[in-house]
Design a binder for this molecule. Structure first.
Ligand code: PLP
Length: 478
């Protein structure tokens, strides 16, 4: 008599696995039928879930039925081609299949030993990306640096900040904690993840300086120099600058050559955040945005935003891997092994905050192999073209204005008539369920953001969106 168990059998897994793959394919075929922004109210989803967990296991049919009836209405459809909000988290079928295999293998790749392929594929794919994206050679694993997949640009910023903190204090802060004298610099437009990192790293928000920006919302190098001087004069220790290529609010590009020169002169760690726009450098014509990246000590961009790789996948590079590893490495007895001791392998547990790590490079590898460099370039170029076409319509219209020139695929615009009318416009558009846009404030004015980067967005979606925006704006009057 076999021992009693409650597991799903391989045959059941085959059957339901096929159903789930069909479910996903159907979902993508029908995604435009759902309201892009979920229309449920707070608490609606929980109200449909049983108060108590199931005492007895349920059938898969039952679970999938609830997926359709309870969960789906509470989903905002990030994979809809009519999703133009925030920055996207775009996915693709090859990535989803890579993710499925990663889940299937269930590998935990904290050490090279715990799954050599998990480590070596990651190193290899990140090296490929250095070449593909036109990044400095110092980020490759055969140099002093290297790349690693992090969960997010936020995690990357934290690791960069920690390594910078340790470099400047000669690894003393790890032992004794911060003394409140270290100062970090960002622009007023830098993503909030850096302030979060500053808090977590014990630097303290009061030691984070927000540098003014110019009319394109890019960091002002002169103001940076001035602030560094003031801080040194006050006996503080400037140590870290985060520059952004493609800010979240408006896609502003901080001037890397000037900021890099300052960091070099002053001995500060330069982290460059290319969270969204970094993916554009797969196209040689967009590489001007990373001119000056040679100065950077670290850099990140998110394939989970604009390289068709489902969340989570941030590529984080450092010029000096020793600084990062010496900052984060602790080797307890239970992790010791011959491969680590040989020094011949990478143990990625030392490259980020968690110990455990998923086989994330599989999905990225699937994407790179499926699309090839040509395919990625094609789709990224197309997104930029579509955004530029939309920006052109805004420019031509006498009822709308561009808030700022659109460098790539994000268009920031306003309906002429003030904040209130723009707020109503956004609310009505999103309530329609037909498209989803988000907002920001630029020059103290409420501004709508239209980002073209969802995997399946085509000409017709952008045209339909523009039609709808004009129609709803027209109904609002001013
Ligand atoms: C420029 C930039 N940096 C960092 C982030 C944070 O991204 P993540 O969710 O990967 O932490 C974002 C998110 O939109 C971003 O736009």
């Amino acid at each position: 008599m076999p021992e009693q168990n409650f597991h799903m059998t391989p045959d059941e897994f085959r059957k339901y696995g096929r159903e789930v793959v069909d479910w996903i394919a159907d979902y993508y075929e029908n995604v435009e039928k759902y309201p892009v922004l979920s229309q449920v109210n707070p608490g609606d989803i929980r109200a449909n879930l049983p108060v108590d967990p199931p005492e007895k296991g349920e059938t898969f049919e039952h679970i999938l039925r609830d997926m359709n009836n309870i969960i789906l209405p509470g989903v905002t459809h990030w994979q809809s081609p009519n999703f133009f909000a925030f920055f996207p988290a775009n996915a693709s079928f090859p990535a989803i299949l890579g993710e499925l295999l990663s889940a299937g293998l269930g590998v935990q790749g904290m050490l090279w030993l715990t799954s050599p392929a998990c480590t070596e594929l990651e190193t290899h794919v990140l090296d490929w990306l250095v070449e593909m994206m036109g990044l400095p050679g110092k980020f490759k694993s055969d140099s002093s640096g290297g790349g690693v997949i992090q969960d997010s640009a936020s995690g990357a910023a934290l690791c960069a900040l920690l390594a910078a903190r340790e470099r400047v204090t000669k690894y003393e802060t790890n032992k004794n904690g911060c003394d409140g004298r270290l100062v970090a610099y960002v622009s007023t437009q830098t993503h909030s993840s850096v302030e979060k990192a500053v808090r977590i790293a014990g630097i303290g928000s009061n030691n984070l300086r927000y540098i003014e920006v110019d009319e394109t919302f890019a960091m002002s190098p002169d103001d940076l120099v001035e602030q560094i001087e003031l801080d040194r004069y006050a006996g503080l220790i400037p140590f870290f600058v985060c520059a952004t290529v493609g800010t979240t609010s408006s896609n502003a590009m901080d001037p890397l050559p000037e900021i890099g020169g300052i960091c070099r002169e002053e001995g500060l760690w330069l982290h460059v955040d290319g969270g969204m726009s970094g993916s554009a450098t797969v196209c040689p014509e967009f590489r001007t945005i990373i001119n000056g990246l040679d100065y950077a000590d670290s850099y990140c961009f998110n394939p989970h935003k604009w390289m068709f790789t489902n969340f989570d996948c941030d590529c984080f590079y450092v010029a000096d891997r020793a600084a990062l590893i010496n900052t984060l490495s602790i080797l307890p007895e239970y992790l010791k092994n011959k491969a680590t001791e040989s020094g011949a392998v990478i143990d990625y547990r030392d490259w980020h905050v968690p110990l455990g790590r998923r086989f994330r490079s599989l999905k990225l590898w699937f994407v790179l192999r499926h699309y090839g460099v040509d395919g990625l370039r094609h789709h990224i170029r197309r997104h930029v073209e579509l955004a530029q076409q939309f920006a052109g319509w805004i420019k031509e219209s006498k009822n709308f204005e561009l808030a700022v020139p659109a460098p790539l695929n994000l268009v920031c615009f306003r309906y002429i008539g003030g904040d209130e009318v723009n707020k109503s416009l956004l609310e009505k558009l999103n309530k329609s369920g037909k498209i989803y846009l988000s907002h920001t404030v630029l020059d103290d004015k409420y501004t709508l953001r239209f980002c073209v980067a969802q995997t399946h967005t085509e000409d017709k979606h952008v045209k339909d969106a523009w039609e709808l925006i004009r129609q709803v704006a027209g109904e609002l009057g001013k």
